[in-house]
Design a protein around this ligand. Structure first.
Ligand SMILES: *[C@@H]1O[C@H](CO)[C@@H](O)[C@H](O)[C@H]1NC(C)=O
Length: 234
């Protein structure tokens, strides 16, 4: 800008001194340009070198990772072929043992290596199945145990709100009254409860997705027919 201004200023004046100044300036300008080009070439070279180095590092990383994943999937598919395991249980594609052998550092977090079967929801160390058909409490419990689990046992507030929110209907849970005391299907005593107010009658427990998680449990006759939630521990 400054140089342009000087040049036009010189032309405008049209005197000798002005013309001298103008030619001198154009020489300086060219030198400047030359210097700039050399600078640019250096910059481009550095950038090129830098980008090539990054490419090489990434290439090595991709190779290492792909080899690792190949090892895992081979181990898992071998296992799948040899043991056509229970389809409803934890995914047969990768057992804890395989996982531990491949990733010894992840010992304490082996949950990350186990999955729930298709159609089951994972929460904490369990898989949950929300039925799409209705049965009585006993039939529901039988159906769950033939899938390798039981009706759901709700032992934490976070699980209670998870199951209330995931469902859309009324589901049997593994809670039943016997001689005035409520017990879970695993024979544990009921600790914290989430009964609706006022409570209905009946000896079996239902979780109702229409209610807030704090008060979503209903009582019903165990012979009634409703949906149910199965739980399978990993
Ligand atoms: C659960 O019950 C349904 C309906 O009666 C039946 O079709 C299904 O096979 C049962 N599942 C198991 C694993 O028993």
């Amino acid at each position: 800008m400054y140089i342009k201004f000087c040049r036009s200023f010189g032309e405008d004046k049209k005197d000798e001194a002005g013309e001298n100044l103008s030619s001198k300036l154009s020489v300086e300008l060219q030198e400047e340009k030359g210097k700039q080009t050399v600078g640019n070439v250096r910059l481009y070279r550095a950038a090129c070198f830098f980008l090539t180095a990054i490419c090489l590092v990434l290439l090595v990383a991709i190779l290492v990772l792909s080899m690792k994943f190949q090892a895992v999937s081979t181990a898992c598919s071998e296992r799948e072929e040899t043991t056509p395991a229970d389809r409803h249980g934890p995914s047969p594609t990768c057992s804890y043992d395989d996982c531990q052998a491949l990733f010894p550092n992840t010992q304490s977090e082996h949950v990350g290596c186990q999955q729930c079967a298709k159609g089951w929801l994972k929460f904490s160390r369990s898989c949950f199945y929300l039925s799409t058909f209705r049965l009585s409490w006993d039939e529901g419990q039988r159906n769950c145990s033939s899938r390798g689990g039981s009706l759901a046992v709700i032992t934490s507030h976070s699980l209670q709100s998870f199951l209330t929110k995931k469902g859309k209907l009324k589901y049997w849970i593994g809670l039943r009254q016997n001689g005035g005391t409520w017990t879970w299907v695993n024979n544990n005593a009921l600790q914290h409860s989430y009964w609706e107010e006022p409570p209905e009658n009946g000896d079996c427990g239902i979780i109702n997705s229409d209610s807030p998680p704090e008060t979503s449990w209903m009582r019903a006759s165990c012979q009634a027919s409703t949906y149910f939630i199965c739980q399978l521990q990993l």
